[in-house]
Design a protein around this ligand. Structure first.
Ligand code: KIV
Ligand code: ZN
Length: 515
């Protein structure tokens, strides 16, 4: 079987960030981008440059930082968007502009209020404009899976003639079914006379739990680019999960006539990094990257695996990076060793001062915990990585009493701007008491949507990582905090979320209209 290259286009930093509460800072995006580059992702969609100044700065920072992968910005099919995308991508080694317009009858009529001819004309002009900046232009037919086939053929032919090298046909609303969506790719590629001049791409949402199946059906039928995200993060129910696509085509080489260039051993570390930065934990039974993905509980399975691994295992845990978690550092490790390990993890320090701060946090952690894993190192960077985030609330001290037969109570001291304030509160448990004490001071008016605790590594001395999702006036934020004491981690996460809410209220966030 002759094998084609399957282009892996990661959109964790753009569509992934559109999950409510999953927003990432510029520095966090650069760290994830470095991991994606190390994993040899072909294209990194770094954001939607025109959506806000923050998005613009993030695309620019990723474009300047990444050398080995293509870096892409999304742009509606309008000149202002394309010009802004091009501006943000100026420093990229290999820039791509990804422009899109909706092509389904329902979107054209109700959202765009445009007849099909005008949509076609606007798409062509946008692609020509983008080609003035770069040879690498992708065109997406938004809501492609619900579009009229004859119209799709016409717009795709015109888009290729205008200079689009990649044609993406998304299942924007997650409505597709594998048989139907795959067949549509085959028909389209056969019907469009110049289809051999472009790579066809799939981009699927998971509303019916079919995003990966639909993407693979498209690949079976001629698509040679898959758009996906780490952990399947993304708008609503998410996008197709990168790790599942990559491992499916690799494990079923007998069926899929394609190879990706992905260095799969970086999958699990990248998944962990994305989970920790976004505060979206990975469910234990998630394929490939879930804690239980390679754990055999049944005695019959364990016996089989011990006798002959392939009886119950179709992939090797180490091939996706499960054993990459080495204990390399402890309390006797020096600054140079810590710096070197961070560099291996793709973390670069902007100044000796930043390294000194992280090293101080490392020493404090190593005093409490003997073995420092890579995941612990990531949390140390996360704790100090919200640069530009004004910390209105900072934890000074926390004292909690929790004893059987008594009502738990918390006494907290915060620095609020420049003044210290204290409060005492009781609650149904130590975390509840702590949050009530914080709210006595902050009076944020926010609603708690989610509270979750995860152990970062194994063992009772592990750090607990707490995620808190707060909502205030339609703004949703995720605060993350870690500590070997989970009540302290909980307080840090709550304060992080409050600081993010303050930051958001201070800067208006323009609507990502039309995506
Ligand atoms: O889901 C979608 O249609 C998109 C496009 C902008 C590619 O995200
Ligand atoms: Zn999408």
């Amino acid at each position: 079987m002759s094998r084609d290259k399957l282009v892996i286009f990661d959109t964790t930093l753009r569509d992934g960030e559109q999950s409510p509460g999953a927003s990432m800072t510029k520095d966090e995006k650069v760290r994830i981008a470095h991991m994606l580059e190390k994993m040899r992702v072909d294209v990194i969609e770094a954001g939607f440059a025109i959506a806000s100044n923050g998005d613009f700065e993030s695309v620019k920072a990723v474009a300047n930082a990444v050398r080995e992968s293509r870096v892409c910005s999304l742009a509606r099919a309008v000149f202002a968007d394309i010009d802004r995308a091009a501006e943000a991508l100026k420093g990229a080694a290999a820039p791509r502009i990804h422009t899109f317009i909706a092509t389904s009858p329902i979107h054209m009529k109700y959202k765009l209020n445009m007849p099909p001819e005008q949509v076609l004309e606007q798409a062509v002009k946008a692609i020509q404009r983008a080609r003035q900046y770069t040879d690498d232009v992708e065109f997406s037919l938004e809501d492609g899976s619900r579009s009229d086939f004859e119209f799709m053929c016409r717009i795709v032919e015109a888009a290729i003639n205008a200079g689009a090298g990649t044609i993406n046909v998304p299942d924007t609303v997650g409505y597709g079914e594998p048989g139907e969506y795959g067949a549509m790719f085959k028909r389209l590629i056969e019907a469009v006379p110049n289809s051999d001049k472009a790579i066809f791409s799939t981009h699927c949402h998971n509303d019916l739990g079919l995003a990966v199946a639909n993407s693979l059906a498209a690949v079976m039928n001629g698509a040679r680019q898959v758009e996906c995200t780490i952990n399947g993060l993304g708008e609503r129910a998410g996008n197709a999960a990168l790790e599942e696509i990559v491992m499916a085509v690799r494990t079923r080489k007998d069926l899929f006539p394609v190879d990706t260039g992905i260095a799969t051993e970086h999958i699990v570390p990248t998944s962990r990094l994305v989970a920790s930065i976004t505060g979206f934990p990975v469910q234990p039974n998630k394929a490939i990257v879930g804690m239980n993905a390679f754990a055999h509980e049944s005695g019959i399975h364990q016996d089989g695996v011990l006798k002959h691994r392939e009886t119950y295992e179709i992939m090797r845990a180490e091939d996706v990076g499960w054993n990459a978690n080495k204990i390399v550092l402890g309390k006797h490790s020096g600054r140079a060793a810590v710096k070197a390990r961070f560099e291996e993890l793709g973390v670069k320090f902007e100044s000796p001062q930043q390294l000194a701060e992280v090293f101080e946090r490392f020493k404090a952690l190593a005093d409490k915990k003997h073995e420092i894993f890579d995941e612990d190192l990531h949390t140390l960077v996360n704790q100090g990585h919200d640069q530009g985030l004004e910390e209105k609330f900072e934890l000074v001290s926390l004292e909690v009493t929790s004893k059987t037969g008594t009502v738990p109570a918390a006494k907290i001291q915060l620095r609020v701007q420049d003044a210290h304030q204290s409060a005492v509160a009781e609650g149904s448990g130590p975390v509840d008491a702590t949050y009530k004490a914080i709210e006595t001071i902050a009076r944020s008016g926010a609603d708690l949507l989610l509270y979750s605790v995860n152990a970062i590594t194994q063992g009772t001395d592990s750090q607990g990582e707490v995620t808190v999702r707060l909502e205030r006036q339609g703004q949703v934020v995720n605060g993350v905090g870690s500590d070997t004491d989970i009540v302290v981690a909980s307080a840090k996460a709550y304060l992080h979320a409050l600081n993010l809410l303050e930051h958001r209220s201070a800067r208006a966030h323009p609507q990502r209209d039309g995506v």
